[in-house]
Design a protein around this ligand. Structure first.
Ligand code: ADP
Ligand code: MG
Length: 297
């Protein structure tokens, strides 16, 4: 794609590794620290991102009376795939000179996802066309907005079913958060193979999303070193994917968790207690930008 917008999906088929946390902090950092225009897409029917950003009443009002990710899936069956401007919650979180918008999610998303698994719409002439057009759904819906945003960040659900696959096809990059422990890292080769096979089957090479890296979250330290298990798993990931492991990592801190419940942009906040978290997240956002620049050059 010739424009400068970058679509980044945060993906891992495991829950609880920090996909939503990383999605929000990356978006907030790009908007607040780097004055970027950022659109977040909450693709997980658990709606964690939506309720971390919008007050509950505003979220319910938005999804009931305006629109949500569910409306995009619905638009496919109307024969007119789109994202309407009204479905976007503008300036959902304060971001200084930047812009931080959100398309919230609806708890009913899985019902609509099921329909996309089984029901071919009239405009898809055959099964092959159905396979292609439904996977391109998000890509087609956000295409007109690429000129309005510098980044579009997709918070994926903890699976690689239809919505995640559609996000993969819409993305320029994907980023894999993990906790550096045995269970959380176990599936990384599987995700990588799965995504590569999917992209290979459905997109020409130059349009396929690239892996931006693996970011460790909820890391535990003992003194200045990582605890044994986290250190061991980190070394294993680095051996397996020497270029992919972020140097930055996010420590396990209650303050990170609290941020999500407070609908607070840490980068627009000056609380002293949050400074170590802010610094870690800043490093992560800077490294993400550096990695993108490296892949672009
Ligand atoms: N670095 C961290 N330190 C402490 N708690 C965290 C951290 N990252 C995430 N959490 C908490 O862990 C839980 C899962 O995180 P979340 O981002 O929702 O994961 P996912 O989207 O992968 O399911 C949430 O309660 C979140 O607040
Ligand atoms: Mg999540």
């Amino acid at each position: 794609m010739a424009d400068s917008c970058k679509v980044i999906s945060i993906i891992n088929y495991k829950g609880g590794v920090g996909k939503t946390t990383i999605a929000l902090q990356l978006a907030a950092g790009l908007a607040s620290l780097h004055q970027k225009r950022v659109l977040m897409l909450d693709l997980d029917p658990q709606c964690s991102l939506s309720v971390s950003v919008l007050p509950e009443e505003a979220w319910i009002d938005h999804i009931e009376n305006r629109g949500s990710i569910r409306s995009i899936l619905w638009s496919y069956y109307e024969g007119n795939v789109r994202l309407e401007k009204d479905w976007i919650a503008e300036k959902a979180l304060h971001a200084g000179e930047g812009q931080l918008d959100l398309v919230p999610c609806h708890l009913d998303l899985p019902d609509y996802e099921m329909r996309l698994v089984s029901e071919r719409p009239p405009q898809a002439a055959d099964t092959a066309e159905f396979e292609k057009s439904r996977h391109r759904l998000l890509r087609d819906a956000i295409e007109p907005y690429r000129k309005d945003y510098d980044f579009i960040i997709c918070d994926c659900p903890p699976n690689i079913y239809f919505v995640s696959r559609s996000a993969m096809l819409a993305s320029d990059y994907y980023l894999v958060p993990t906790i550096p422990d045995f269970i959380s890292c176990y599936g990384i080769p599987f995700i990588e193979n799965h995504i590569q096979t999917l992209l290979h089957d459905l997109l020409p090479e130059k349009e396929r999303a690239r892996n931006l890296g693996i970011i460790r979250n909820r890391v535990r330290r003992s003194g200045s070193k990582l605890v044994n298990e986290h250190d061991r798993q980190s070394r294993q990931i680095r051996e397996m994917y020497p270029d992919l492991l972020f140097d930055a990592c996010i420590q396990d801190r209650i303050g990170v968790s609290e941020l999500m419940g407070q609908r607070k942009n840490i980068f627009a906040d000056t609380t002293h207690r949050l400074q170590p978290i802010r610094e870690e997240l800043q490093d992560f956002v800077s490294e993400a930008i550096m990695r993108m620049n490296r892949l672009e050059s």
